[in-house]
Write a protein that binds this ligand. Structure first.
Ligand SMILES: *Cc1c(COP(=O)(O)O)cnc(C)c1O
Length: 458
């Protein structure tokens, strides 16, 4: 017997322990600190011990407490960045996923996983108004955006064989997420060739400026490739004018990629605000943000899988799929950058099915309402001021008199609530983002009290 084998009795005890630890943790969320009080040196020391030669056995699970204590808790009072709240059914799905240990390279290697992934990807596409799109799950919006732009490049200036030739330009608003310039660099297109188009006062890309930039580039012999629209900017939640941008993309024969990592899933609750999404050639969305899934769970959708194959298909013989059947011959590695892939679809399928679509729609609506509620409460406080339109579920604001950096530092230190920051028109802003199924109205009120308290201390 391998030294790594465990008896079924041992496994039963371990699972019982893990399940008790998990329950205790979830039960403690309402009262947990939102940010740990331990510093870097303390934590480095906590886990500095060398790898033990002899087994520690089940007692090592007991150290979960120390891990949890030093983690940012997924409480309803976590409102930083854009990060989902870790829906528990999905978390349980993560355990089952690892137990199965499927390698979802293709249907042949993981028949159930491949079938379920194709199903849930179809659900997501349909839910955001893009019925008929296909795609795959991946690790994050950054990876999805990279793949979307790789498809755009191969569609009009193929570079897979001989590299990039000439200056290929891509257009996005000045509010674009950093993953887009990063993709430009990684794809050999160069960050200089990303044109940052000015926004209007609502932080939405100006299509007149977009058109001007494309015209100027054509005049000077550049090769415009793609337009990136953001459906929910990370700073303020602004949605670019999708329909107008799609019109420009069509007239100019450019690829339209929509970065919907933060916002696209809100189309489940407010489809009318996302008209034009269905005109995208590729679309990224993050289920680990506004579908509350534990990380990681992101998705790239595309209109035509032939473009994905053109960008990503390059099979060595050892993975060449033998089956002729269209379903059984399907391989994710022909349509994405990954080969070995986790069965991300299981947790998503379990979570989406367990609760049903109406429950997610309601949770997203509640997030939108929390943002509106926060904006109203801020407007009622003479010392506070909202700094940007509340596009989706993000509120940027400031204390009028205090040093807002210091307010944020103290607020996080106090450990009752967690928010992050943004730069709005060059100014430091406090920023709360609601993509959290655990947040209550009371948490929103608490945020106001905590900001005011932190400001008096600051
Ligand atoms: C979060 C986010 C990304 C990056 O997604 P990750 O999952 O963090 O890689 C890209 N674009 C926008 C608008 C985002 O909000």
């Amino acid at each position: 017997m391998s030294a790594l084998e465990l008896s079924i009795e041992d496994l039963e005890r371990l699972l019982a322990t893990a399940s008790a630890l998990t329950l205790e943790y979830w039960d403690s969320l309402p009262t947990r600190r939102t940010y740990p009080q331990l510093n870097g040196a303390q934590l480095a020391e906590r886990w500095a011990a060398p790898w033990n030669e002899e087994p520690l056995g089940p007692e090592v699970l007991g150290r979960f407490h120390e891990v949890a204590e030093a983690s940012r808790a997924s409480t309803g009072r976590f409102l930083g960045y854009v990060f989902g709240s870790g829906e528990p059914v999905s978390a349980i799905g993560d355990l089952l996923t690892s137990a199965l240990n499927a390698n979802v390279t293709s249907w042949r290697s993981a028949p159930a996983a491949a079938s379920i992934e194709r199903t849930v990807v179809g659900w997501l596409a349909e839910a955001v108004g893009c019925a008929g799109f296909t795609g795959s799950l991946c690790g994050g919006g950054s990876a999805a955006n990279l793949m979307g732009l790789a498809m755009a490049r191969e569609a009009s200036r193929p570079a897979n064989e001989h590299g990039v030739r000439g200056d290929c330009t891509v257009y996005a608003s000045s509010e674009v997420h950093m993953s887009i310039p990063k993709s430009m660099a990684l794809l050999g297109l160069g960050r200089d060739n990303l044109r940052l188009i000015p926004c209007d006062e609502d932080f939405q890309l100006r299509t007149d400026e977009l058109q001007k930039a494309i015209d100027a580039d054509r005049r000077t012999g550049k090769h415009p490739l793609a337009i990136v629209a953001t459906a929910g900017t990370v700073n303020t939640g602004a949605i670019d004018p999708l329909l107008e941008m799609a019109r420009v993309a069509k007239a100019e024969q450019l690829w339209m990629h929509v970065d919907g990592a933060y916002g696209a899933l809100a189309a489940i609750a407010q489809p009318e605000r996302f008209a034009g999404l269905e005109r995208a050639d590729s679309l990224s969305l993050d289920a680990h943000k506004w579908l509350y899934q534990p990380a990681d769970c992101s998705c790239l959708l595309f209109r035509d899988h032939e473009h994905a194959r053109r960008a990503f298909s390059f099979s060595g013989d050892y993975v060449k799929v033998l089956a002729k059947d269209e379903i059984e011959g399907f391989a994710f590695f022909d349509e994405s950058i990954e080969l070995t892939r986790r069965f991300r679809a299981l947790k998503l399928w379990l979570s989406l099915s367990y609760h049903g679509r109406a429950a997610f729609k309601q949770a997203i609506k509640q997030d939108l309402q929390h943002a509106q509620r926060l904006a109203r409460l801020i407007a009622d406080e003479p010392e506070l001021e909202v700094l940007s339109p509340v596009g989706l579920s993000t509120v940027c604001f400031r204390h009028r008199k205090a040093d807002n950096r210091e307010v944020l530092r103290r607020l996080i230190d106090r450990g009752k609530i967690y928010i992050s920051n943004a730069t709005i028109r060059g100014e430091f802003a406090l920023r709360a983002c609601f993509v959290n199924h655990r947040t209550t109205d009371e948490d929103v009120s608490l945020l106001i009290r905590e900001v005011l308290t932190a400001a008096t201390e600051a």
